[in-house]
Design a protein around this ligand. Structure first.
Ligand code: 13P
Length: 251
């Protein structure tokens, strides 16, 4: 069974409203003939609804970059799963390395957000990845195992059909240092093995695993050619329609 192919753009904390709408219009203009490839954009929260309004009925889905796990309450500054859903978002990014390492998000937090996503009919794109120091100490496999297992705690086999995992080695994010296709493929294979041990071969084989970290038009082809790389989660190069489209349209 062929796996889903997903090209996602994480806009992080960039773009005014006007710029966000221009960007998504530019991406929409180039995605009418991309076949079965799925495109997802993650705008900053205040722009989720206007961007989702533009994307309704098109090939582009919209996701939020973060949310809190409670449905509502006195949590000043937070955005709830209900709000994310109401804004027209299909996806939620969970456990991005900037959330983990700049804002101190824990594996437990990530797990609660995954559960909250399912309770609110939102599909989680779960980010995992090791620090440079962890890779150098040979801990990559153990870190991925801990992050994946903890994130998926309590997730049913049926819910796994809606899970996307993004492998984003922290040392490759925003640094221009891309993992080699072989390194990324090996990490993706490891993630699939972890999922297989818990959910079985069928679920593991169907799981889309995306690579993220300095993906650019000039390195996408090598990454995308790998057996276990089912798409990408792009930061910087998704901020311009042309470069994001060059990535989406990789041969
Ligand atoms: P860059 O593509 O800018 O390295 O960012 C990757 C990322 O963090 C996507 O979520």
């Amino acid at each position: 069974m062929p796996r889903r192919e997903i090209f996602a753009g994480n806009w992080k904390m960039y773009k005014t409203l006007h710029e966000a709408l221009d960007l998504v219009k530019g991406v929409l203009a180039g995605t009418s003939d991309i076949g079965g490839r799925e495109v997802v954009v993650f705008p900053p929260s205040p722009w989720a609804k206007p961007v989702a309004d533009l994307c309704r009925g098109t090939k582009i889905s919209v996701g939020a970059q973060n949310m809190y796990f409670e449905r509502e309450g006195a949590f000043t500054g937070e955005v709830s799963p209900l709000m994310v859903r109401d804004a027209g978002c299909r996806f939620i990014l969970v456990g991005h390395s900037e959330r983990r390492h700049v804002f101190g998000e824990t594996d437990d937090n990530v797990n609660k957000k995954v559960a909250a996503a399912f309770q609110n009919d939102i599909e989680p794109m779960i980010c995992v990845g090791e620090l440079l120091e962890e890779r150098e100490r040979g801990l990559t496999g153990a870190v991925l195992k801990r992050q994946v297992e903890k994130a998926l705690d309590g997730v049913s086999g049926d819910q796994m059909k809606k899970v996307v995992i993004a492998y984003e080695p922290v040392w490759a994010i925003g640094t221009g240092k891309v993992a080699t296709p072989e390194m990324a493929d090996e990490a993706h294979r490891h993630i699939r093995r972890i999922v297989k041990d818990r959910y079985g071969a069928g679920t593991a084989a169907a799981l889309p695993v995306l690579y993220g970290g300095s993906v650019k038009p000039d390195n996408i082809a090598g990454l995308y050619a790998m057996e276990n790389i089912d798409g990408v989660l792009v930061g910087g190069a998704s901020l311009k329609a042309d470069s994001f489209l060059d990535i989406i349209r990789v041969k």
